[in-house]
Design a protein around this ligand. Structure first.
Ligand code: DTR
Length: 340
């Protein structure tokens, strides 16, 4: 009898031990509450990836973590994101590095015209560059993931078929992309994406330069009847967390989030690439948008005008004591590594 109850007790202990080891995270449901700020409206890709990350974290922590998401700039706006997270106004925030180009010099090298072909490749390249060079710009936060848009193209109210057509045209962009528009002779107007809707409606700008999923997500196809395919550069993004909040998390929750860093970058890249295709088809079908492909000869002229940008970035970054040439070389190598 004694032996039997001893065995039962041992069995219970083993079962309890196994459960503790193999349960990914065990805590009271929703005990850890986190806020996550985002600047564009809920249906856009930065928010779609945010909801996916929230779902995965909540699932993988068995509900121990509960994340409250704030799309549409309701907690922090586009340019306030990084400082807002550092100050703890939001625990987590999603930012577009192009909106503060001087602050994210190193990682913004991925937005040089180096031939990133899509969002999946861009996202993996960006993460690797971040990991290798560990830029000071992110020293005060925990990076939860990074990703990029698909390459940018011109969406406009008037057709742009040649460099003559773009000359003097008011086009909206942000960060390094402004220099690209300037090099082509356009009149570049800088503003974050959410402000673009009104600028287009009021006629402050005649078009924009961004990845094409916005034709559907912001309904820009209603106003921009033309798209000129330039497939130029990507915009890099980061999701960052307040460092004290990160340090206060239990180790097993940190592990769930660390395991998601690369996975989330890939997921977002794939989502973006597929969604761009959908958006192109939708724009053609629903709004009869004309997609203009530049001839090889014309495209070569456009590309030639951008060559100085890489040299200029290298010169500026060198002044900031960054290993500029090496960074550019690494980005090129990483593009061919992931573009297979
Ligand atoms: N291309 C950048 C970033 C960007 C692309 N799509 C979206 C959607 C929502 C917010 C930002 C972005 C830009 O033009 O701002």
């Amino acid at each position: 009898m004694k032996r039997k109850s001893g065995m039962i007790l041992a069995g219970i202990l083993i079962a309890a031990f196994t459960l503790t080891i193999f349960m990914p995270v065990s805590a009271t449901a929703g005990a850890i509450k986190l806020t996550y700020a985002n600047f564009p409206p809920a249906p856009t890709f930065p928010c779609v990836q945010m909801e996916r990350w929230k779902t995965e974290v909540e699932k993988r922590t068995n509900g121990a973590v509960a994340i409250q998401t704030f799309p549409g700039g309701t907690l922090l706006g586009a340019k306030a994101m990084m400082d807002g997270v550092i100050a703890g106004q939001a625990d987590i925030g999603n930012l577009c590095m192009a909106y503060q180009p001087g602050r994210f010099v190193l990682t913004n090298a991925t937005s040089l015209p180096l031939g990133i072909p899509n969002s999946r490749v861009g996202s993996l390249v960006l993460l690797d560059v971040y990991k290798k060079y560990n830029p000071k710009a992110f020293a005060k936060v925990k990076v939860l993931t990074m990703f990029t848009t698909a390459p940018t193209n011109i969406m406009s109210k008037v057709p742009v078929r040649t460099l003559k057509d773009i000359n003097g045209l008011d086009l909206r962009a942000s960060g390094g992309a402004l220099k690209i528009l300037g090099a082509w002779g356009a009149n570049p107007v800088g503003m974050p994406m959410p402000a673009t809707v009104e600028a287009l409606q009021k006629g402050v700008v005649k078009g924009l330069f961004s990845s094409l999923e916005v034709m559907k997500d912001f309904k820009f196809a209603e106003m921009c009847g033309y798209v000129t395919m330039t497939n130029t550069v990507i915009y890099p993004f980061a999701v960052v967390m307040n460092i004290d909040k990160w340090k206060a998390l239990p180790k097993n929750v940190q592990k769930v989030m660390d395991d998601l860093i690369v996975e989330q970058a890939k997921w977002t890249g794939n989502y973006m690439d597929n969604h761009v295709k959908e958006s192109i088809n939708w724009s053609k079908k629903t709004h009869n948008v004309e997609f203009i492909n530049l001839s090889k000869k014309e495209k070569a002229k456009w590309d030639k005008k951008l060559q100085f940008l890489n040299d200029k970035w290298i010169a500026d970054a060198k002044e900031k004591e960054l290993p500029a040439k090496k960074i550019v070389k690494d980005i090129k190598k990483l593009i061919s590594k992931y573009d297979k």
